[in-house]
Design a protein around this ligand. Sequence first.
Ligand SMILES: [Zn+2]
Length: 290
Amino acid sequence: MSPSGGAPPDVATARRALAGLDRSLEDRSGGRLVLETSAGVPLLLARLPGKLRVAFTTRLGGVSDPPFASLNLSTKTGDDPGAVGQNLARLRRALERVDGETERGAGHSALTLISPSQVHGTRVVGAAEHREQMAEADGLVVHPDLDRGTAALLLFADCVPVVLVGEVDTAVVHAGWRGLLEGVIQQGARAMTGPPALAFIGPSIGPCCYEVGADLRARFAARYGSRTVEGDRLDLWSAAEAALGEIGVLPAQVINPRLCTSCQTELFYSHRRDGPRTGRQGALAWWSGT
Ligand SMILES: [Zn+2]
């Protein structure tokens, strides 16, 4: 844990970090992700044809105090629920602004954010189904007809966010080491109507920072190959890419900007870096103007 773990970036530092991300994102993502600040909330937005929207948040643009500063989206790690509520309202406004208020129109109801209770399992359910049952799940599928006006929001502070994009629907998956070993990404593909053709890997802990024990390294090497291990560190990104290969997503169709949550204190929360009292950033998918 670094001594500054969880400390909020001052305005100038945050601005510099965002400018750096803005400059590098085109190269990092092959032009498939762009940084856009919407209603004061910086978002990493996917460039996709059609009405599907995919976004990743950073820790910037919210109201939470340290060590949760500032756009913490979780009430589960000790932050003031009032502040988290304000952050979620800011995020909702930002997403609606991305859609374009004219497109959505005055007669449309606001976008609803749906978040499951994440348990490091492999259950992936439809967002509509989740809304009715409030189930524990580590992935949500959003469908353009079944989930109108609904954005799937999953929360992260090192685990790997994976968004699977298919011809019909899309899935947002929470893949930590347990989920990766147990096949949560593969399960996400099974829960979709058609096979995924494209995938986004969001900000998560990189092989630069994820030291683990020999036993876990051996399990990953056995399951996903030796390239998932670098010295005494684990490469969750390689494991996620291998899992995506198993469900037919070609390497050229995997967009991984390789943004390490632990390295980039100014931009992201990291459980490994900051300990349990830190915030959560989000990965989102929704259908615009439906
Ligand atoms: Zn790192």
